[in-house]
Design a protein around this ligand. Sequence first.
Ligand code: PMV
Length: 371
Amino acid sequence: MTKNTEVANYKIEQLEQATTDDNFCSGYFAPSNIALVKYWGKKAGTQIPANPSVSITLDKAKTKIKMQAQARKERDQDNWISLTFEGKPMPAFIPKLTKFFENVEEYLPALRNFHFSLETSNTFPHSAGIASSASSMSALACGLVDFEQWLIGEGYNEDKRMLRSSFFARLGSGSACRSIYAQAASWGASGTEAGEDFGGSDLVAHQVEVHPDLVGLHDTILIVDAGEKKVSSRSGHGLMKDHPFAEARFEQARQNWKYTIQWLKEGQWDYLGAVIEEEAMALHAMMMTSRPGYILMAPQTVEAIQKLRAFRYKTGVPLYFTLDAGPNLHLLYPPSAREEAMAFIENELVAQLEDAKILDDCMGKGPQKVQ
Ligand code: PMV
């Protein structure tokens, strides 16, 4: 375990019985992220990835969470968390949040001595088919790290604060631990059985260096189906357990991770583009070939991929796609290709595919405190 990881894993034991009469208050905007190398499948433990992943942090798709904590007398009483989403009480979110708080409690036992009131909202429409677990869990994690600092009366330095936030975020939703960092982040140990090891941790994400040409990378999200996820990522990860292609997939991801880290740093966008598309297809191939198998792409997804590739081969515009666990395409391109890429997206994709719309996003700066 590295020194950094020890800090993340630290248990604030001395505060197990701590309470205070003061109220705590904090709030964060935190972004979603899109993986270039996909995390799909877990090892034993709480959100321990089967392979390393890399993502870019988005700018506009964010969750805002205002957190208030108040000491309470009855440590185990039911009423631990209350929540509003876009101004309305949302009891449906409480079980997932309670599970998250229970996971964090293991490392911060005093958490249960407080009642938490959360006011949450998203900057992207609820029905945009954009997963909000990475943005919401990372916003909460940042708030909980502020809470921890307030409780122990110690201000963490920036490195420790980020690491601790990433560690907490992972306990809520694996991929959320990458949303703590600006630009791009990597999560997961890279070691192979063959003995190659390029670092990385299963417990926390780290920032990844991005070449100046790729800073501000665009992610124009083509929404072809705005519905809820048809299969949860939790069940999808679970289906990798006995998947006949699991080991080959994890090895492919480890190799792609190594190249992605290198090419992001060197600004080799065309090399990266090929790997990113392979990763998207590998993710969906795993879903299609699991037992039971399922298809999350829609007919328009495939149509858009074919149009995009034909456009790229014909014009050389460096526009590539990736997919999350759903049918919507993330169209990725560097700032230098903005004009040509947008003209194609608007005229050939949005205008010609049934019910398609876009959500225009790009590489962002990571979580920000709500003033
Ligand atoms: O963090 P989870 O459990 O929601 O899983 C995320 C899985 C993918 O979004 C498909 C890939 C990834 O690495 O973000």
